[in-house]
Design a protein around this ligand. Structure first.
Ligand SMILES: Nc1ncnc2c1ncn2[C@@H]1O[C@H](COP(=O)(O)OP(=O)(O)OP(=O)(O)O)[C@@H](O)[C@H]1O
Length: 241
């Protein structure tokens, strides 16, 4: 497998300039500039309440009250921390939500197979485990063949083992489909394992940008990984010494 390198920003899938958002007197985003290249994975890290989810919602077009500019060159799909499946619709119907046309059934079946749930299309959401439900949410995003996947703490509610499996699934799907991703996370380890670049949100702006060039499968004791981990944790105010 080739080493992942930061993407070509002359071919961005998303650009944002001066994105700002306040809730009443509280300024949460104070002028965010960022660009994501086609096929690139960018992790957005920041302390609790730093505005990560707010930024993701703005970039997803889900917040009308933000100011500034953001342009999506292609299509995007969002996966949230909660699976947001409709309990009264079967799994396959949840994945197909909003899609129409003769090929939809085949596309839904393929997306479910890709997340390892080929046999659960007729199940109800309540019959699934947390990890399975989140895989359905990933299938629902995938079936739209997005150029950009916006992921808001997508594995945050899962147990550690399921979380590791989901990270592996995301890596595999990204290699197969080539979508770009913006991954909101508080988990420094997850950011370093999945992203080509980490952005740190602090005081309403991108305060730091850290390219991650660790090769496809860095060992946990890789010194370069350790150095990046320490740098990010320090920046987040978590002492490592
Ligand atoms: N709809 C809203 N109304 C009022 N305040 C809001 C609203 N949404 C977010 N906020 C505030 O904006 C700030 C940023 O919230 P946001 O959820 O974006 O942070 P976050 O970095 O994603 O946090 P966490 O990592 O804890 O999920 C917080 O102070 C939050 O209380």
């Amino acid at each position: 497998m080739a080493t992942r390198t930061a993407g070509d920003l002359t071919r961005p899938v998303l650009t944002a300039h001066g994105v700002a958002r306040a809730f009443g007197p509280t300024v949460v985003l104070a002028g965010v500039d960022l660009a994501i290249a086609a096929g690139e994975t960018v992790a957005l890290l920041g302390g609790s309440g730093s505005g990560k989810s707010t930024l993701l919602r703005v970039l997803a077009g889900l917040d009308d009250e933000a100011t500034g500019e953001h342009v999506l060159h292609g299509t995007a799909a969002v996966v949230f921390q909660e699976h947001r499946l409709l309990p009264w619709k079967r799994v396959a119907d949840n994945v197909a939500l909003g899609l129409a046309g003769p090929g939809v059934g085949v596309r839904v079946d393929r997306a479910l197979a890709e997340v390892g749930l080929a046999d659960r299309g007729r199940a109800w959401p309540a019959e699934l485990s947390g990890g399975q439900a989140q895989r359905v949410a990933v299938a629902r995003a995938l079936v739209r063949e997005p150029d950009l996947l916006l992921l808001d703490e997508p594995f945050g509610a899962l147990d550690a083992l399921t979380r590791l499996r989901m990270q592996g699934l995301l890596r595999r799907l990204r290699a197969e489909h080539g979508f770009a991703a913006l991954l909101v996370t508080h988990d420094v380890e997850e950011a370093l394992l999945l992203a080509d670049r980490v952005l740190l949100l602090d005081d309403g702006v991108i305060a730091e940008e850290v390219p991650v060039d660790l090769g496809p499968a860095p060992r946990p004791d890789d010194p370069a990984l350790g150095a990046l981990r320490r740098r990010l944790l320090d920046r987040l105010g978590v002492p490592t010494a």
